[in-house]
Design a protein around this ligand. Structure first.
Ligand SMILES: Cc1ncc(COP(=O)(O)O)c(C=O)c1O
Length: 387
């Protein structure tokens, strides 16, 4: 059965070969430690789980939700944005629930792109910024994120023809996979770019609540003029250990939210209202849990960065996200290095090339594994590669 041409355009899954090798090792009884996937290992805070338990017992949560979201959810997101970021949002028109940032970002492509249009996407970057435009019948245009520029795109380098046909610009800080935080001035440049070229700026705020060393990530919407040209997708997945819950919100430009809502009413029927009420509990009562997780990740980051430096890897400690992004040793590609580490140490790393051509030459370590296993992985790396 032939899948659609749109689907056939999606590049092959780059982790496939790695996953096959991992499965073979596990089948042979080898203790493989995966530092690949970024999925928080600790449970969702009890205050959130308890709120879901209570809300699920309430019959008023049991029917089709509305795609607009419950008033409590929208008000709670607006209150959080005011308290945490100093951003004013109208809960009636500037907040809509999303079934995870992934769903939201994908659907923004469907809502805003036509054939011939392009979306400006970071390279390396989260794969939905490139797969989304292709599945929408449009194209992504890659913006290189280079180490020497602090992993910020150079918007002035976007070719004139691409500016003309661009409808979306994706940004994401703190950034997956590089761990970079937003450099000074980038959000202001993005606002000007959006205004000058009639491009909707989409800031993916999946990691704003996961930061270290006293750094607190700003909202893109705190930038003057941002609401006129942009939206932000705020996810509870990483900051509140809620990846399985599929909880996020799109906030910002009311006209853009209206288009997203119109599209969504044709695609799904919104977020289970009990989950919306649990998300309210997270936003209102789980600050301390989120900060405690940041301390845990910071400790793990230090463990990993220390070990990598011991074996001669030139790595910058990230101030946000749940990843360490580091260059592979001389003479290796991302894939050859990750394969060697898997063969010699039974440790799974993510090859940087899986996130785009400019990820080549890097690998990514995820910090979402308990300290003792991470310590074991680090010892294995030290023993096999440092010795
Ligand atoms: C940059 C980025 N955006 C979005 C997502 C997906 O988030 P959600 O669980 O809210 O769909 C991820 C998950 O890894 C991510 O790294």
């Amino acid at each position: 059965m032939r899948p659609s041409r749109r689907l056939e355009k999606i590049p092959p899954y780059l982790f496939a070969e790695l996953e096959r090798k991992v499965a073979a090792k596990k089948a042979a009884g080898i203790d493989v430690i995966s530092l690949g996937i970024g999925d928080p290992d600790r449970p969702t805070p009890e205050v959130v789980v308890g709120a879901l338990r209570d809300a699920a017992g309430r019959p008023d949560t049991h029917q089709y939700p509305s795609n607009r979201g419950r008033t409590e959810f929208r008000q709670s997101v607006a209150a959080f944005y005011s308290r945490r970021f100093g951003v004013d949002l109208d809960p009636e028109t500037e907040v809509i629930p999303a079934l995870g940032a992934k769903e939201c970002i994908f659907n923004l492509n469907l809502a805003f792109l036509d054939p011939g249009d392009t979306a400006l996407a970071a390279d390396p970057g989260y794969p939905v910024y490139t797969g989304g435009p292709l599945l929408a019948g449009a194209e992504p245009t890659l913006m290189p994120l280079l180490r020497e520029r602090g992993f910020a795109p150079d918007l002035s380098a976007v070719a004139a023809a691409d500016r003309e046909r661009a409808r979306l610009l994706f940004l994401n800080y703190p950034n997956n996979p590089t761990g970079a935080v937003a450099p000074d001035g980038l959000f202001e440049e993005a606002v000007a770019f959006g205004r000058d070229h009639d491009v909707l700026v989409v800031h993916d705020a999946s990691y704003t609540e996961t930061t270290f060393d006293g750094y607190r990530a700003p909202s893109f919407l705190a930038t003057p003029g941002a609401k006129e040209v942009g939206v932000e997708v705020f996810s509870l997945s990483k900051g509140y250990n809620m990846t399985g819950w599929r909880t996020a919100a799109i906030v910002g430009n009311a006209e853009a939210l209206e288009s997203y809502w119109r599209l969504k009413t044709n695609i799904d029927s919104g977020m289970f209202e009990a989950v919306q009420l649990a998300a309210v509990a997270a936003l209102e009562h789980a600050d301390e849990d989120a900060r405690a997780m940041c301390e845990t990740y910071a400790r793990r980051r230090d463990l990993v960065v220390g070990a990598l430096r011991d074996i001669g890897v030139d790595v910058t400690p990230p101030r946000g996200t749940i990843y360490v992004w580091a260059p592979v040793p001389e003479g290796h590609t991302s894939a050859s290095y990750c394969e060697q580490v898997l063969e010699e140490s039974a440790v799974v790393l993510s090859p940087g090339s899986a996130y785009g051509p400019n990820g080549e030459g890097f690998f990514r370590i995820s910090l979402t594994i308990e300290d003792d296993r991470l310590g074991e992985a680090v010892e294995r790396l030290r023993a096999s590669l440092g010795g």
